[in-house]
Design a protein around this ligand. Structure first.
Ligand code: ADP
Ligand code: MG
Length: 303
């Protein structure tokens, strides 16, 4: 049985189709990064998985339970950090966590549970403060703490590191990586490096559809199959002309007569670029090989 099984899920907001026939199965223990540009449908999908929104079509099952009919049961299984991390700023950290914990049935050992979660999320030194007084990084820790307080087996984190400074970001990623050893995690992000850093599976979503589903490693391998060259010409060069160079699949103008030229397959096309320049009376000021990164794949798939 899959921990999360999404079948043919489509979501409309009025006339707008935000998700288009999504199929996705996630096994226990996977750490899945849902990657996509703004408006791709990431938050919508996460809201459907957590049973906060019903799908227009299709089914989502968590441990075999349909989210439509088992919303309370499912909320016990899932910890959810929504986008923008809504918190009560006037509450104290500990008070808030206790309040959240008491919304779940069967709450025993409240003090111990809260102390544990404060340890786990590194909130110790700020635990007596009002949430509103905390830095963005610590607010995010409180958001994680509230998602974890009932010890759910699945964590859904909607852009958990957005808006954090580089240090805070590293800290939160560390906590998530730790949690991933024990829990099934689905997190959304529009940052490629984040997925490479913490996930063992990448699902790229664009315009409401899944356009790639693979391990970060495999995606990188695929990226390596073509090579890009950064070329600076002295003169203005016509786009169509560049794309006619033998072996070129795509050319992108960076401005100032600088271009990223991508080859088809693994062929070295540097010679072709020089020949092209000579034939057309252009001067090549510089030419460098650019290793394709996963980021390029992401851009290509979500164009
Ligand atoms: P992402 O999280 O990937 O940025 P969202 O799931 O938030 O994407 O949004 C997907 C699309 O659905 C966007 O075009 C967005 O404007 C639209 N959308 C999201 N929520 C609503 C809503 N409550 N009402 C109408 N349209 C919405
Ligand atoms: Mg979103």
């Amino acid at each position: 049985m899959f921990t999360v099984k999404i079948e043919e899920v489509t979501k409309y907001y009025g006339q707008q189709k935000a998700l288009d026939n999504i199929n996705l199965s996630i096994n226990k223990g996977e750490v899945v990064g849902l990657l996509g540009p703004n408006g791709a449908g990431k938050s919508t999908l996460l809201k459907i998985i957590t049973s906060f929104l019903p799908p227009s079509e299709g089914t989502v099952k968590i441990n075999g339970l349909d989210v439509r009919d088992n919303s309370l049961e499912i909320r016990k299984l899932i910890g959810y950090l929504p986008e923008h991390n809504p918190l009560y700023h006037d509450m104290y950290v500990k008070e808030y966590l206790e309040f959240v914990l008491r919304t779940y049935p069967g709450h025993k050992n409240i003090k111990i549970k809260i102390d544990n979660i404060i340890q786990l999320t590194g909130l110790e030194i700020e635990k007596k403060k009002k949430i509103g007084a905390l830095s963005k990084g610590y607010k995010q820790r409180v958001g994680l703490a509230q998602a974890l307080i009932h010890n759910p087996e699945i964590l859904i984190l909607d852009e958990p590191t957005s808006g954090l400074d580089p240090n805070q970001l590293v800290e939160i990623r560390k906590i998530i990586t730790e949690l991933g050893k024990e829990k099934t995690i689905i997190l959304s992000t529009h940052i490629m490096q984040e997925v490479e850093a913490i996930c063992n599976r990448v699902v790229i979503i664009d315009h409401g559809s899944i356009v790639a589903d693979d391990s970060p490693k495999n995606l990188s391998k695929k990226a390596d199959k073509s090579t890009s060259y950064k070329v600076e010409f002295k003169e203005e060069v016509n786009h169509k002309l560049i794309e006619k160079i033998v072996g070129v699949s795509k050319a992108v103008h960076l401005g100032n007569n600088e271009w990223i030229i991508t080859s088809t397959g693994n062929k070295d096309i540097r010679e072709n670029i020089f020949k092209f320049a000579v034939t057309n009376n252009f001067n090549v000021l510089s030419l460098a090989v650019e290793k394709q990164k996963m980021e390029d794949i992401f851009h290509r798939l979500t164009k």
